[in-house]
Write a protein that binds this ligand. Sequence first.
Ligand SMILES: Nc1nc2c(ncn2[C@@H]2O[C@H](COP(=O)(O)OP(=O)(O)OP(=O)(O)O)[C@@H](O)[C@H]2O)c(=O)[nH]1
Ligand SMILES: [Mg+2]
Length: 227
Amino acid sequence: MLLIVKFLGVTSSVTYSVQVGMQEKYLVFTGRPNAGKSSLIKELAGLDIATGKHPGTTRKVTKYPLNDGLVLVDLPGLGKMSGASKKLEEEVNQKIIDFLESNAQNIVLAVAVLDISTFLEVTWRLEKKGIESVDVEMVKFLADTLGEFPVVVANKIDKASRKEIEESLNEFKNRISNGEPAKVKDHVFPVNAKKGTGIGELKSSIHTRLVAKGYKTPFRIKLSPDE
Ligand SMILES: Nc1nc2c(ncn2[C@@H]2O[C@H](COP(=O)(O)OP(=O)(O)OP(=O)(O)O)[C@@H](O)[C@H]2O)c(=O)[nH]1
Ligand SMILES: [Mg+2]
């Protein structure tokens, strides 16, 4: 920006203020703790970022600037975190919701990540307590808040049998579409973020959606994390 000011001479102050005041636009990754959000971003964008065995590895809204004023956002997991107090957990969860709600206008694309290998088991356990799946709620919340259906990543397909994954995917698609799974078939991507299985199709879909909104080469990273 300083270089722009130097080279543009008299008109530079205008250019400078426009550049400084430029609103960041976001590509956000959401999901429960341990779903594999950071692993997926690592695989998609080639970033060297922290992943972990225990839920609650990412605890801050972490931003990575991409091209064209687009910023990739790795959100902490929504839900229970290992080794965190109830108070911290609530604060982090509130921060996620606040970020999504207050930036709704500037979120170009949301990617909701879930662990599909445990989806049915977790969903049935919650259902017994009368609670709807956080993964399903999150997809519906994003669709309502952003006015557009998110890209959904069904991660960890390597962690259960093919049949179990198939059953889980069918049930999940049914729930996020209120019983009309055909409507969401182009939005759900089964992947293994650790090995890179299914990443090509997902990458191409994210790319196409971003390009349609005027953004290019979304996965070329310019800078290190910037909070
Ligand atoms: N088997 C398998 N393990 C995975 C996959 N994706 C991620 N993992 C593992 O799952 C754990 C959690 O991954 P993270 O990427 O840290 O998950 P996260 O969603 O960022 O978690 P938080 O930051 O805690 O919210 C790590 O041990 C990863 O290596 C996958 O597709 N298959
Ligand atoms: Mg993380």
